[in-house]
Design a protein around this ligand. Structure first.
Ligand code: KG4
Ligand code: ZN
Length: 340
């Protein structure tokens, strides 16, 4: 739950997060049916806990927001129906939130940062660079032509026998590793278009591990460190490309913010690399605190609050959308499995 003060600055009243990794661990990945069932069993407890921690009664809430896409349809339906039921029962407005938009607006909640800004959105399903013109105004400047970055972390972890979620496991294992030991590819480096590709890197990791099997803990650490180094070089190169191209789009030349968000934004090595590229190109660097990088209720509530403050709401007939691009007009990128 979030609220705003008289100046419009947001703050968090409660942020109850329930992860399901334990339920999926046995299967080595998220099982849609289990995810949907887990939503039905825990949502009412989460809502009760969020209200209790915030010391707020449901009747005192201004509006109710629920994620309505993109993502796995089962969990989306349950979350959105629950939000709509609460809205119907209380007579409050309902807001159907694009979870990517919630990532894109989190820095408004944490840093009080308004658009425009350049944003790198890196999660389990998406890897994009956006120009955020305004709340609701998103221009996609780059996307991945195959895997998302979080997906590459998760697949690398799985391959090396590290636990879910893969990103934090790879980051932890890499701390003691040698990032120069394995010469992994830097996909798309130097390419004129700013898009991403991670499928080849994932395959190179598999080949590196197979070539020295059976692998020790030291080998795992070196592979993870080498993987992260390759990721950072690639991402920095892609972000630099965009930073150069959009300098002129900021109304005030002394104020050019760069934002990173999404689950992978929690990665400290990547954050440090992005601080560097922002400095080089004269951008200020902004990232949510680690606890607000991965999916959470506060960011959804804040996206709802931002839209509510602009007089927007969605009817109870608002659909859930497994696919929901932030920039519907973006030209398609060519690649094996392009994510919108
Ligand atoms: O935004 P998010 O919580 O959910 C999606 O929208 O997908 O992002 C989850 C992704 C997962 O792939 C997870 O492995 C990755 O973010 N992630 C990380 C780290 N923490 C989470 N990747 C790299 N380093 C981390 N510390
Ligand atoms: Zn996310």
């Amino acid at each position: 739950m979030v609220a705003r003060d008289a100046d419009g600055r947001g703050y968090i009243l409660s942020n109850v997060v329930r992860s399901q990794f334990k339920q999926h661990e046995l299967y080595g990945g998220v099982v849609p049916e289990i995810a949907a069932r887990a939503h039905t069993t825990c949502l009412d407890h989460i809502i009760a806990a969020a209200l209790a921690q915030a010391h707020v009664k449901l009747a005192d809430v201004d509006a109710i927001a629920a994620t309505s896409g993109p993502g796995l349809i089962g969990g989306l339906i349950i979350g959105a129906i629950t939000g709509k039921a609460l809205a119907l029962a209380t007579g409050k407005p309902f807001l159907a939130i694009n979870h990517l938009e919630a990532h894109a607006l989190t820095c408004g909640l944490t840093d009080g940062l308004p658009p425009p800004y350049v944003m790198l959105l890196v999660s389990g399903g998406h890897t994009q660079i956006l120009f955020v013109e305004d709340v609701g105004g998103y221009r996609r400047l780059a996307t991945t032509i195959d895997d998302a970055l979080g997906e590459a972390f998760d697949k690398t972890a799985k391959l090396l026998g590290l636990p879910m979620p893969g990103g934090p496991s790879v980051e932890a294992a890499a701390i003691d590793g040698d990032p120069r030991r394995f010469k992994l590819p830097r996909p798309m480096l130097g390419r004129a278009d700013p898009n991403f590709s991670f499928a080849g890197l994932k395959t190179a990791v598999r080949h590196a591990a197979e070539a020295i099997a059976p692998i020790s803990d030291d080998d795992v650490a070196d592979i993870c460190a080498s993987f992260q180094a390759a990721v950072c070089d690639t991402v920095v190169d892609r972000v630099a490309q965009v930073m150069r191209a959009v300098v002129h789009r900021f109304p005030d030349d002394r104020h050019r913010p760069f934002v990173v968000a999404g689950g992978v934004a929690a990665n400290q090595v990547l954050r440090a690399a992005l601080v560097g590229v922002a400095e080089t190109f004269g951008y200020s660097f902004h990232a949510p605190p680690l606890s607000l990088c991965s999916d959470n209720g506060a960011m959804i509530a804040w996206a709802g609050a931002e839209r509510h403050a602009r007089g927007q709401s969605d009817g109870l007939q608002a659909p859930v959308r497994p696919r929901w691009p932030l920039d519907a007009d973006a030209a398609p990128a060519k690649g094996a499995g392009v994510k919108a």
